[in-house]
Design a protein around this ligand. Structure first.
Ligand code: CMP
Length: 140
């Protein structure tokens, strides 16, 4: 297995409920290392650009409104098979379908207010990490 990096976002529904530390404990318990992290307030333009792949979806407007409704914590996670590992730790997009013990099962409210985002493939992980972080902000 290769060491990978993936982008994680702790979303506004989770920062609002003060869950950053609890979510980080799930990440670290899975053997993933948080090698970059910052708490930011996204602008409308930034949220639209980040989720541009979803711009034709019916939920796009609500999604960007949600993502700018409060601060987010953006992170780069590093570890063996980090992309798939983090997707397992997050659980299904809709918490109603998530497995016990996953972040979304334990903390998410609904399919939109689903507490975390994680990259879905190596190509998107590279694009998404570069969207938020410059090289000087990452220390593995
Ligand atoms: P995320 O993994 O960040 O990718 C796209 C986001 O759109 C998703 O998590 C949810 O927060 C949001 N979303 C809202 N409605 C839906 C839906 N019906 N299906 C998938 N994603 C949705």
């Amino acid at each position: 297995m290769a060491v990978e990096r993936t982008l994680s976002i702790i979303k506004p529904d989770a920062t609002e409920r003060n869950l950053t530390g609890k979510i980080n404990s799930y990440i670290e318990a899975a053997g993933l290392r948080i090698i970059a992290q910052k708490r930011i307030q996204l602008t409308l333009n930034q949220a639209e650009a980040f989720y541009a792949v979803h711009k034709e979806r019916s939920f796009f407007g609500e999604l960007v409104d949600f993502m700018i409704s409060g601060p987010v914590v953006v992170q780069i996670l590093e570890g063996e098979n980090a992309i798939a590992t983090y997707r397992e730790v997050m659980g299904a997009t809709n918490p109603a379908n998530a497995t016990d013990g996953t972040i979304r099962k334990d903390f998410a409210i609904d399919v939109q207010n689903n507490s975390v985002h994680g990259s879905d493939a190596p190509e998107t992980a590279a694009l998404e990490t570069a969207f938020f972080f410059s090289g000087i902000e990452i220390t593995g």
